[in-house]
Ligand binder design. Structure first.
Ligand code: AOS
Ligand code: ZN
Ligand code: ZN
Length: 395
């Protein structure tokens, strides 16, 4: 199949598709992180939002595919967000999605926007509104909301009342958005709440986004599902409904592992990207934000993020190799084996030589990770940055 991939017409199609793919990297992925048991400090990690942006810019320079970085408030709090955006531009990247944080405060023990106490709900909503102010200053399009809200015990609170409170908070936040801004609602099956979660699945997120209006969209974090969930079905459904706003890409073996995307299950990533390609959704005009949401607890962070970008590119290239005509013909004629073979032929193609060639054609090093190791950047940050910061967990 390598010969198919290297045929000029096929290579051109892959090249055009990949040129549309823009992957946003998360500021917190560059900082120290860990589990509930231990945060491992790594040498050279950023001490400020500016240093996280500088690292993101390195990933973009080497891959040519990661032109924006997502911020997290308050982990990336600064006095002057317009100045931070200008700094990012100087570095060659843009500030992307603003991720709100209403989970890291003692007040939120029983929830944030769904808390039974109206004072706590007000505080949480005020933070979401502040995030929109920040978006105005940074020029960010998307506000991403993930709520840790839920309950641990049956009877702890009214499931239905919590939905009412959630609806009120989302409405107030949505109404504050500017014309070109969006609210992106993320769902997660469980954790930190274990009995009920207030936005546990795509159906709940979808229903709230439908009620809010056209600028409310769903975020699929690939790690936020029960084992065996058919994520590509969710992708296809939301795309068809015009409600897929963003991905938080990562890999999971067991729960919300936040491992490198494409590491645990590259076939699942390919199936997801196949739905994206089939739906024409690589086109930036459709507005889907392809973000990473990962932590690199035991591996060196910048090369891990480069690897993750490359993993998404490889899965996308394979999805672009699917022979759409042959697939449609096999599907029409009910030839199950032939249809499946079309997908598997694309998946089993080694696209790495093609991607290396495309990088060289764009003036990039064909091997971005080797280029990073040769660049001396890691040695430089390990020398220069003393006292690197934790991303936020356990702070
Ligand atoms: C939490 O599990 C979610 O994946 C969030 O998207 C994210 O990890 C957190 O909000 C960091 O910004
Ligand atoms: Zn996420
Ligand atoms: Zn998560």
């Amino acid at each position: 199949m390598t010969s198919t991939a290297s045929r000029p017409a096929v290579a051109d199609g892959v090249k055009q598709g990949l040129a549309q793919l823009r992957i946003e990297t998360p500021s917190w992925g560059y900082a120290n992180s860990g589990t509930r048991f231990k945060v491992f400090a790594q040498p050279g990690v950023p001490r400020s939002p500016e240093e996280k942006i500088a690292d993101a810019a390195v990933v973009h320079r080497l891959t040519g595919a990661a032109p924006s970085v997502a911020l997290h408030i308050p982990w990336d709090r600064v006095d002057d967000y317009a100045a931070l955006a200008a700094y990012a531009t100087d570095q060659g990247v843009a500030l992307g999605t603003i991720n709100a944080n209403v989970f890291q405060d003692d007040d939120y023990k029983l929830g944030s926007v769904t808390n039974p106490d109206p004072r706590v709900r007000r505080k949480a909503i005020d933070h979401l509104l502040e995030c929109v102010d920040i978006m105005d200053a940074t020029g960010s399009r998307d506000l991403k909301l993930w709520f840790s809200d839920g309950t641990n015990y049956p009877g702890q609170d009214s499931i239905r009342a919590r939905q009412d409170r959630l609806t009120e908070a989302l409405r107030e936040t949505y109404d504050r958005l500017g014309e070109s801004q969006r609210l992106i609602l993320e769902y997660k099956l469980f954790e930190p709440a274990f009995y009920t979660t207030d936005v546990p699945d795509w159906g709940t997120a979808f229903a709230h986004c439908l009620e809010l209006g056209p600028r409310a969209q769903v975020c699929i974090d690939t790690g936020h599902h029960a084992p065996g969930t058919n994520i590509e079905f969710i992708v296809a459904f939301l795309l068809r409904a015009g409600k897929l706003g963003a991905f938080d890409f990562n890999s999971r073996f067991y729960a919300d592992d936040d491992l490198m995307v494409g590491a645990a299950d590259p076939f699942q990533l390919f199936r997801i990207l196949h739905e994206i390609v089939q739906g024409g959704a690589l086109d930036p005009a459709l507005g889907i934000a392809y973000m990473l949401d990962q932590c690199h607890n035991i591996e060196t962070k910048i090369p891990a993020i480069i690897r993750s970008v490359m993993n998404v590119q490889e899965a996308t290239a394979k999805a672009l190799l699917v022979d759409a005509d042959a697939l449609a013909a096999a599907q029409r004629s009910g030839d199950v084996l032939a249809a499946n073979a079309v997908l598997m032929d694309a998946y089993n193609t080694d696209v790495r030589p093609l991607l290396a060639q495309l990088r060289e054609e764009s003036g990039l090093d064909p091997d971005p990770i080797a280029a990073y190791h040769r660049s001396g950047y890691q040695q430089q940050i390990e020398r220069d940055r003393v006292g690197g910061r934790q991303a936020g967990w356990g702070a």
